[in-house]
Design a protein around this ligand. Structure first.
Ligand SMILES: [Zn+2]
Ligand SMILES: [Zn+2]
Length: 232
């Protein structure tokens, strides 16, 4: 379903970013700077398979490892690719924050992008608990691609908000951390839920990895997979 331009956590050089193409759109889940540069080097048409009508970006939250490349993407899409960028903001606060970053700080051309609400887009935001300073401004996303349920957690300390959306056969892309902290989902929390997820035939991919080697063995042990990287 999803491919990743990076699956590292905040202090890695390849920050977490997933994408897919659908209905002539290239859809990105967040846009760190490392992902922008991979898109630029590769070329948008190669990445998307053909020239997309627009680039749609679903924002999970505004930590810089998630939106650090958003302004650059908007500039580059406008000046070089000539492809509009549509940003889906989960609520009004995110809308205002992103608008401030793009309009006021980054000085993006107003015709280069639009920021829309998720209503009627087919993308459902799910509120998560992550970092306290961003309380009420952190989300995961749920959507269906060709009849397949996709659940993408973004950064979250718990999978609880997603359980109602994890229907039979769903694909779950969840963050998982080796280091135990109150803001991320420690791998042991995921491990505890694996029997329930197996019962629901949920395929589990882990992403936003802080220690890939440790998490690779943990994933093998619990029956999860590492998020698939796009082969550049
Ligand atoms: Zn992060
Ligand atoms: Zn974060």
């Amino acid at each position: 379903m999803l491919k990743f331009l990076g699956r590292g956590s905040a202090f890695h050089s390849d920050n977490n970013c997933a994408f897919f193409t659908h209905n002539d759109r290239l859809v990105l889940l967040d846009c760190p700077m490392s992902a922008f540069h991979k898109m630029r080097e590769l070329g948008i048409e190669k990445l998307a398979g053909s020239r997309p009508e627009n680039i749609t970006v679903l924002i999970t939250h505004t930590h810089s490892d998630h939106i650090g490349g958003l302004g650059m993407l908007v500039h580059f899409s406008f000046f070089v690719w000539h492809i509009p960028v549509v940003i889906v903001a989960a609520n009004d606060e995110i809308k205002q924050d992103i608008s401030f970053v793009l309009e006021r700080l980054d000085g993006c051309e107003s015709s280069a992008y639009t920021i829309i609400s998720p209503e009627n887009t087919g993308f459902t935001p799910v509120t998560v608990h992550h970092a306290v300073p961003l309380k009420g401004r952190c989300f995961g996303w749920v959507f269906d691609i060709d009849g397949k349920r996709v659940v993408f957690t973004g950064d979250t300390s718990s999978l609880e908000p997603f359980m109602p959306y994890l229907t039979d056969g769903a694909h779950l892309y969840t963050e998982a951390s080796a280091y135990n902290s109150p803001v991320h989902l420690h791998i042991d929390k995921l491990k505890a839920l694996m029997p329930e997820l197996r019962d629901r035939n949920v395929r589990v991919f882990i992403m936003h990895l802080d220690d890939e080697e440790t998490l690779r063995s943990a994933a093998d042990e619990i029956g999860a997979e590492l998020a698939p990287l796009y082969d550049i």
